[in-house]
Structure formats: structure tokens, C-alpha cells
Design a protein around this ligand. Structure first.
Ligand code: HEM
Length: 464
């Protein structure tokens, strides 16, 4: 049986809050791939094998729920929603929402992604011009690409889900609701670190209540506006409203699912973009190949300084996606090394056997894509950034050992949304500029709700 001394583990368990990734890594190094914490109230199994992940996420997915601390905290913000619900409520909501993530929905994602990237480019160029970094052309200078990624993904998810409506006050409803969700999420995350009884009227509770009110109010307005058009539409909002009208979903599901998508689809994609840009800055040869691919697809400018203005490289479109296999492989490989959703948890409804370990009902199981995707037996030379793994040039990636989007029935519904967004934002941003590291400003990895760069990520932009 796997068995270090519980006392040892309990002492160590305190370290999990300080440095969860380091803790998980040292746990498997010391105790192996199945680490059981026989805590009396909640037995915990940390399993770091393909077979273990497969058992709880795929084979016996129905026997494992999301009644865990991780998802409990999120549901304080979402109410019930796809990410945190279980059983028949989850199944019906998934059925209703799924078509919104099919092809036609992705076209809207592509459009919003390029638009958000173009606004970001304009801000960067304006900043560079103001700083006197040369006239026109692609702006240079040092920027916090993490802050930029958070802003761009906020705009994409807000405008895609809420139609980008501008209210009377001139503030975008999508952005308002996203800001409120972030506020609420911040409260929930910080509360998880310092437990306070739920009934205490602390400032954080007041912030949470206020944020919840904003979410309610904006969603209500967005719904009223949609209903007033007399057409529900076939985007997510339309599908949810139709399902409520048909009695398939409870009315509160509309808010729950919209807020869920913001939570699941904002910081995750930003994290992906941040770490991808970091990796590209660290690996100039991979970046060069990406630039060559973008030049091939988006064109190259004519002779600068010639009599006619150089034709700028054009912005990418949805149709370009399949012409960008290297850019996509860079994103895939970045999601292997830095999976934004670095941990996935489940609770067993009944006893089960997870990769040879018998666990009682009520066991909390922890699977970490971050660790699994750095296993040397699955990914040769695992710490090496090699997008070739995803183009057939490098060692093949075993499917079960690559789960940045989870696996099985609860696979991320936003997977194609995220990949479309990440590839197009990168293509739009990097088509005429390069990212370089800033010496002395190495990002500090921090595992919060997603994998973040603690103080942001500063990179130098260079026109090319
Ligand atoms: C579920 C990762 C982007 C919506 C998941 C899960 C993972 C994941 C690992 C499964 C969690 C589990 O099994 O416990 C990611 C990553 C993303 C991303 C790494 C970006 C790179 C998105 C986007 C959306 C989204 C853009 C929506 C717009 C969801 C939802 C679920 C989910 C609703 C729950 C699905 C269900 O249980 O039926 N995501 N996600 N995600 N994701 Fe994503």
C-alpha cells in the first residue's frame, strides 16, 4: 500500500498552500504516483498516472462528482453552472449549451479575437509612439503582456457571450459583467485562504454581494434586451432562454451558465497566452518559424521606404486557422508545459479502485495535468519546449497523458473556443513584431485558480 507516515504528510500538507506545484511534485518524488492521505473526514488520493486519471475522468466518470472544495468555491460565484454541477442538471445544461460551441459560434469567437488583438496592437503602437520609439509601424518597448492578455480575453468572452452591447452609459455590458465576476472570484479566492464564518458581514462579503448584484442586474438587462427583439437567436444566450421557456432548464440557469463561461473562459485563455508568449520569447527559433508561417499566410510588406506605402501584413481570419499548424502546435505545447487548469478534483460517490488503489466513498481525488504532462515516461525530455511533438516531427504525445482540457464527458466545452482565440490572437499580435525576454524579469509561476505569472510578464516588443 502507498504509505508514508500520515504525520509527515500532515505537516507537509501545510506547504500545499504556499507552493502547491512544488508540493505536488515533491509528494510524488518522495512517495510515488499514488499518494493517499488517510484523513478521517475526507480521505484524499493524489494520483499521478494516466490510468488513474482515466479511471476518474473517463471510465467511471459517473461515479465521481464535483462536490469538492475547488468547485465549491467557484459555485459561490456561479450559482449552479456547467463547471460545478453534476448528474442530470449538468447533463441537460451541457446538451443545451453544446451547439453554441459548434462552427457558427466559433466564427464569432474568431472575429472577436482578432478585433480584441487589433485594439491591443493600436494601444501598443500609441504607447510606443508616445514614448518616442519611432514613427508609425509596429510599436516597440517593454510591455506587460500578461495584463494585455487578461484585457484581450476579457473583451473576447464578454463580447462573444453578451453581444458586445453598449449600454446607455456607454459601458459595455459584457465588460461590466466580466469585471463583476472577477471581483467576486477575487473575494472567493482570498476567502478560501482565510476562512471566516459565512455569516460575518466582512468587507469581502459585502464586495461579493455587490459583485453578485452587478452580475444579476447586467444579466437581467441583457436578457430583457434579447427578449425584446422577439428573436431568441442561436447563440448561447438564445439557447439558454429557449430551454428555460421549454422548461428544460430552471430560470436561474441563464445567469449561472453565462457567469460560468466568463469564469471558465477568461483567465484560462489569458494564462495560455501569457505562457505561450513567454515560451516564444525564450525560444527564438520557434518564434522565427512562427513568423515564417505568418508571413506565408498573411503576406509580407513591400519595400519600406519605397514610393508606395508598404502593404501591411493583413489581419488573420478564421479561414486562416488551418493554415497555421505551427502556431497551433506552439499553443498545444505551451498547454502541455503550462496547463492553465493545473489541477482537477473529484469526489467519489461510492467506493472505487483507482489504478490499483481502493478508496472509500467520499474520497477526494486530485489529478494534476501539470505533473502528468511533465512525466518523462510519457513525454521524452519533458521539460523541453518542443512544438514538434504536435506536428509529427517530435516524439508522439500519448493522448491519456495530455489533458489540458480535461477528459471524458466533462471535457472542456470551450476547448475549440480557446484554441481558436489563442491562435488568432497570437497571429494578429505577432505578425509584424517579435517578443524578447527582458533580462532580470523572469516571470514567477504562481498556481492560483489558473497558472499565473505572479507580477505579470514583461516582454520587449520589437518591430520586425
Ligand atoms: C471545463 C480547461 C477555456 C468553459 C474545463 C476543464 C478543463 C478546462 C481542464 C475540465 C475540468 C474538470 O474536468 O474538472 C480549460 C483551458 C482553457 C479553457 C485550459 C483555455 C486554454 C474555456 C473557455 C470556455 C470554457 C474559453 C468557455 C467560453 C468550460 C466549461 C467547462 C470547462 C463550461 C465545464 C464543462 C462541463 O463540465 O461540462 N475547462 N478551459 N473553458 N470549461 Fe474550459
Amino acid at each position: 500500500a502507498p504509505g508514508p507516515l500520515p504525520r509527515d504528510m500532515l505537516r507537509d500538507l501545510l506547504g500545499i498552500r504556499r507552493d502547491p506545484l512544488g508540493y505536488l511534485r515533491s509528494a510524488v518524488e518522495r512517495w510515488g504516483d499514488h499518494v493517499a492521505f488517510p484523513l478521517p473526514t475526507t480521505p484524499v488520493l493524489f494520483v499521478n498516472t494516466v490510468a488513474g486519471a482515466r479511471r476518474v475522468l473517463v471510465e467511471n466518470a459517473g461515479g465521481w462528482t464535483k462536490q469538492t472544495v475547488q468547485y465549491g468555491a467557484l459555485s459561490l460565484v456561479t450559482g449552479s453552472g456547467l463547471l460545478t454541477s453534476d448528474g442530470s442538471a449538468w447533463r441537460e445544461a451541457r446538451r443545451v449549451a453544446q451547439p453554441a460551441f459548434h462552427r457558427s459560434g466559433l466564427a464569432a469567437v474568431a472575429e472577436q479575437s482578432v478585433a480584441a488583438a487589433e485594439r491591443l496592437r493600436a494601444r501598443w503602437d500609441a504607447g510606443a509612439a508616445a514614448a518616442g520609439d519611432g514613427p508609425g509601424g509596429a510599436g516597440g518597448g517593454v510591455v506587460d503582456v500578461d495584463a494585455a492578455a487578461l484585457q484581450a480575453t476579457l473583451e473576447v468572452v464578454g463580447r462573444t457571450l453578451f453581444g458586445g452591447d453598449v449600454t446607455a452609459e456607454g459601458v459595455d455590458d459584457g465588460e461590466r459583467v466580466v469585471a463583476a465576476v472577477l471581483e467576486a472570484l477575487g473575494v472567493v479566492v482570498s476567502r478560501a485562504r482565510t476562512p471566516v464564518p459565512g455569516w460575518l458581514p466582512t468587507p469581502s462579503r459585502r464586495r461579493l454581494r455587490r459583485a453578485n448584484r452587478v452580475m444579476d442586474e447586467v444579466v437581467e438587462r441583457v436578457v430583457a434586451r434579447r427578449r425584446a427583439t422577439g428573436e431568441l437567436g442561436d447563440d448561447l444566450l438564445g439557447l439558454l432562454l429557449a430551454a428555460v421557456d421549454e422548461g428544460r432548464l430552471p430560470p436561474e440557469a441563464v445567469r449561472g451558465e453565462l457567469v460560468t463561461m466568463v469564469i471558465a473562459g477568461h483567465e484560462t485563455v489569458a494564462s495560455c497566452l501569457t505562457w505561450t508568449l513567454h515560451l516564444l520569447a525564450q525560444h527564438p527559433e520557434a518564434q522565427q518559424r512562427l513568423h515564417a508561417e505568418l508571413d506565408r499566410v498573411l503576406g509580407v510588406p513591400g519595400n519600406p521606404g519605397g514610393p508606395s506605402a508598404p502593404a501591411p501584413r493583413r489581419a488573420p481570419t478564421w479561414e486562416d486557422l488551418r493554415e497555421l499548424p505551427w502556431t497551433r502546435a506552439v499553443v498545444d505545447e505551451s498547454l502541455r508545459l503550462y496547463p492553465p487548469a493545473w489541477v482537477v478534483t473529484r469526489r467519489s460517490e461510492a467506493e472505487d479502485v483507482v489504478d490499483g488503489v481502493a478508496v472509500p466513498a467520499g474520497t477526494l481525488v486530485i489529478v494534476s495535468p501539470w505533473l502528468l504532462q511533465r512525466r518523462a515516461d510519457a513525454h521524452p525530455d519533458p521539460e523541453r519546449f518542443d512544438p514538434g511533438r504536435f506536428t509529427g516531427e517530435g516524439p508522439e504525445v500519448p493522448r491519456g497523458a495530455y489533458l489540458p482540457f480535461g477528459a471524458g464527458a466533462r471535457l472542456c466545452i470551450g476547448r475549440d473556443f480557446a484554441l481558436t482565440e489563442a491562435v488568432l490572437v497570437l497571429a494578429a499580435l505577432l505578425r509584424d513584431r517579435a517578443v524578447r525576454p527582458v533580462p532580470g524579469r523572469e516571470p514567477v509561476l504562481e498556481a492560483l485558480v489558473t497558472l499565473r505569472a505572479r507580477d505579470g510578464l514583461e516582454l520587449r516588443l520589437e518591430p520586425r
